[in-house]
Design a protein around this ligand. Structure first.
Ligand code: SAM
Ligand code: SF4
Ligand code: SF4
Length: 374
C-alpha cells in the first residue's frame, strides 16, 4: 500500500478537521462562545513570508535560508478566502483585517480586497475592511488598494531613528520608505492611518517621545500612533518579561511632555485604550496585551495562510477549514461547523497569564505570529 506523504508545513500545528453537526440550521448572527463572546472580527493571514526579520516576530536565527515556508498549493486561494469570509460574515463578523507575514507580498492582493469589499453583513452593511503592513511596498500599492475598496490600514513602525529601525527590522530597511508609504496611503484616501509601534525596553523605548512628537506635528490628526506591549507570541522570539515596557509607563513618559485625556472606547472588544492630547494634537492608543488582559471582550478569530482557524493568538492548535473547502463541503455545512467551533471556544490566554505571570510555558508549541497574523 502506498504511503501518503504529508508536506512538512502541514504538520506544523495540530488542526483537526472540524466536525459537521447533524443540524445544519442557518446562522443567526447571534453566535456566542462559552464565555458569552460574539464573533465580530476575523483576521486573515494571506502569506507566511515577510521581507523583514523583526526580532520579536521572525528572528533571523530561526527564519533563515533553510526555513521552509508554506508551498503555494497550501495557501488558500482568494476564492477560498472569500468563500470562508462570507460564511464568517453570516455568523456576525463585521470587520476583516488582512495580515501575515507581509500581506502586500501576496501577489495580486488588490483582487482579494476587491472581492472582500463586495461582502455585506446580514443588515446590508459593507465590512470594515483593513490590513496591517510593514509599509515597505506601500508607496507603490496604496492607490491600487484604495481603488479596490480598502478603506483604511495600519502600518507598523518601531522607530523614527533610522539606525534603530534598520536594526529592528534586521534587513537594513530605511525609515524614509515606510514614511513615504504612510504619505501615499493618506494621499490615496486611506486615512486616518494607524501606526503600530511595538515597544521593547532597552531597544526602542527611547523612541516613544520622538515618535509621538513626529506624528503629532506633521499629520494634522490623520495618523494615530499606537504603542504595543511586546508580547510572548510564538516560541522563537526569546521573550522576557523584563523587555516589556508596561503601557502605564509609556503613558507616564508621554504625559511628562503633553497632557493627555482618556477617551471612551468606540466599540466593544477594542484592543487599544484611547487617549487624546489635551491641546488638540490628536489621539494615541495603548495596547496592553501583557499587563492588562482584554480577553473578556475578545471577539476575534484568526485564519492562517493555509486555512486553519485559531481561536486565540496564543492557541496551540487550530481547526482545519481548508480541509472542509477541499472536501467539497457546502456553505451550510461549513457554516454549521464554524458555529460549533465558536460555541465551544473558551480561550483567554492573557487573562490566565496575568494571573500567573512569568516566562511562557515550555513544552507547548504555540502558533507563530507571522503565520497567524497580528
Ligand atoms: N507584516 C505586517 C506588519 O508588520 O505590520 C503584518 C503582520 S505582523 C505579525 C502584525 C503586527 O504584529 C505588527 O504590528 C507587529 O508589530 C506585531 N507584532 C509582531 N510580533 C509581536 C510581538 N512579539 N509583540 C507585539 N506585537 C507584535
Ligand atoms: Fe514581518 Fe510584520 Fe513580523 Fe516584522 S512584524 S517580521 S514585518 S510579519
Ligand atoms: Fe483574545 Fe486570546 Fe488575546 Fe485573550 S489572549 S485577547 S482570548 S487572542
Amino acid at each position: 500500500m502506498g504511503e501518503t506523504v504529508i508536506p512538512l508545513a502541514d504538520l506544523r500545528y495540530a488542526a483537526p478537521v472540524p466536525a459537521i453537526p447533524a443540524n445544519l440550521s442557518a446562522p443567526t448572527g447571534l453566535l456566542s462562545d462559552r464565555l458569552g463572546r460574539p464573533l465580530r472580527d476575523l483576521r486573515i493571514s494571506v502569506t507566511d513570508r515577510c521581507n523583514f526579520r523583526c526580532s520579536y516576530c521572525m528572528p533571523k536565527e530561526t527564519f533563515d535560508r533553510d526555513y521552509v515556508f508554506l508551498p503555494h498549493a497550501s495557501l488558500l486561494s482568494f476564492e477560498e478566502i472569500t468563500r470562508l469570509a462570507r460564511v464568517f460574515v453570516g455568523h456576525g463578523v463585521q470587520k476583516i483585517r488582512l495580515t501575515g507575514g507581509e500581506p502586500l507580498l501576496r501577489k495580486g492582493l488588490e483582487s482579494l480586497v476587491a472581492q472582500l469589499s463586495q461582502l455585506r453583513t446580514p443588515d446590508g452593511e459593507p465590512l470594515d475592511l483593513t490590513l496591517t503592513t510593514n509599509g515597505s511596498v506601500l508607496a507603490r500599492k496604496a492607490q491600487a488598494l484604495a481603488a479596490a475598496g480598502l478603506k483604511r490600514l495600519t502600518v507598523s513602525l518601531d522607530a523614527l531613528d533610522d539606525t534603530v529601525f534598520r536594526r529592528m527590522n534586521d534587513v537594513d530597511f530605511p525609515v524614509a520608505e515606510v514614511l513615504a508609504g504612510i504619505d501615499a496611503a493618506l494621499a490615496a484616501g486611506l486615512g486616518p492611518v494607524k501606526v503600530n509601534m511595538v515597544v521593547k525596553r532597552g531597544t526602542n523605548d527611547h523612541e516613544i517621545v520622538p515618535m509621538a512628537r513626529h506624528f503629532r506635528q506633521h499629520y494634522d490628526g490623520k495618523v494615530v500612533l499606537r504603542f504595543i506591549e511586546y508580547m510572548d507570541v510564538g516560541a522563537s522570539n526569546g521573550w522576557r518579561m523584563d523587555e516589556v515596557l508596561p503601557s502605564a509607563q509609556v503613558l507616564q513618559r508621554l504625559q511628562a511632555e503633553w497632557p493627555l485625556e482618556a477617551l471612551d472606547p468606540t466599540v466593544v472588544g477594542e484592543t487599544a485604550e484611547r487617549w487624546r492630547y489635551a491641546d488638540g494634537g490628536g489621539e494615541i492608543g495603548l495596547i496592553s496585551s501583557v499587563t492588562q488582559a482584554f480577553c473578556r471582550d475578545c471577539n476575534r478569530a484568526r485564519l492562517s495562510t493555509e486555512g486553519k482557524l485559531f481561536m486565540c493568538l496564543f492557541a496551540t492548535s487550530g481547526h482545519d477549514f481548508r480541509a472542509l473547502l477541499r472536501q467539497g463541503r457546502s456553505d451550510a455545512e461549513i457554516s454549521a461547523a464554524l458555529g460549533a467551533v465558536w460555541a465551544g471556544r473558551e480561550d483567554r490566554y492573557s487573562e490566565l497569564r496575568g494571573a500567573a505571570p512569568g516566562q511562557p510555558g515550555a513544552g507547548e508549541r504555540r502558533v507563530e505570529m507571522h503565520y497567524i497574523g497580528g
